[in-house]
Design a protein around this ligand. Sequence first.
Ligand code: BTN
Length: 315
Amino acid sequence: MLRGKEMHLSGTEISKALGISRSAIWKHIRSLRREGYQIEARPARGYRLLAVPQHPTQWEIQADLGTEQFGKDIYVFSEVDSTNVVAFRLVMQGAQEGTVVLAESQTRGKGRLGRRWESPAGSNIYLSIILRPKIPPTKLPLITLMAAVACAEAIEEVAGLLPTIKWPNDLLIKGKKLGGILTEADMEMDVINFVVVGIGINCNMTRTSFPPSIQDTATSLQEALGREISRLPLIRAILRNLEQWYTVLVQGRGREIRRRWKELSHIGGKGIAVTFMGTVVEGTALDIDDDGALLVQVGGGGVKRIVAGDVLVRG
Ligand code: BTN
C-alpha cells in the first residue's frame, strides 16, 4: 500500500483499506523493517516508505508477479544449507504446490551428481520450487527439461540474452555455464509424491569471484552483459515461465517441451562424449526421446539411450 506514495498514509487509512487493527499494522511495519524496508512513522501523519531492501523479498517478488499458483508462498532466507533441502522440509510440513524457497547464500549448495554449487552471498539466484506433478515417474526428466526451457526464456525476456541448453540441464552463454537445475524427487515405483526443482543462476559474479577451478568454464549475466542486473525481475520471470511450461507438461503436451528444448539445445548434431560413473559414450548427439533421455549415435550405426551423465562437446 505504501509503494509509490509520496505522502504519508495514516494508520486509520491503512486500517480501513486492509481491514486490520492499528496494532496489527504496527506489527507488519516492524517485520517489514526487519526485512530491510525503511519506513518512516510520524505521529499524526502516518507511515511513508523511504526505501526497499537491496535483496529480493517475498513482497517485492509477489508485487506484479502475475502467476496463478507459483510463488503464492515464498520463503526468503539470508543463509541456508541448500534451498532444495529447505524445500523438502517444507513439504513435510504440508507446503503447497508452487511454494518457493530463495536464499541469499547457501553453505552446502548442491549441484548434480553430488557436486557442490558455489553459492556466495548477495549476487546470484538460488531458488527451489515444490511441485506435485501427476505424471508417471518415467516422465520425471521432462521436469528438468521444462525448467531449463523456462529459465532460458526468462533470461532472454529480462536480460536480452538467450542461453543455450546443454543436456540435461546446463544453461550456457557462449559455451560457459551460467546456471544449472537440480531436480530431486520423492517417489515410489509408479507415483511421484513431490518434486523439488532447484535453480541456480549466476547473476552478478565477476570472473575473479568464481573459484579458480571454474573461472574458465563458468560465467554470469554481469560478465556477459558488462553491467549488473537486478535479480528481482528475473526471479518473477522465472516463476511466470515455469508456471506456463509446467502447465504444458501436466497437460501431457511434452512434445512441445521437447520441440522448444531442441531449438535451444547446444549439442544437437555435435560430436559429444558422455561420462557417467566411469563409463564414456562417444558419438553424435541425435535427439532426446519422449522421456527426456539423450539419444547418441555411436559407431557402427547404433543409437545409445543415455539417462544420466556429463556431456563434453567435441566440436
Ligand atoms: C547443476 O549441477 O548444474 C545443478 C545446480 C543447481 C543449483 C541450485 S541453487 C538452488 C538449489 N539449491 C541447491 O542446493 N541446488 C540448487
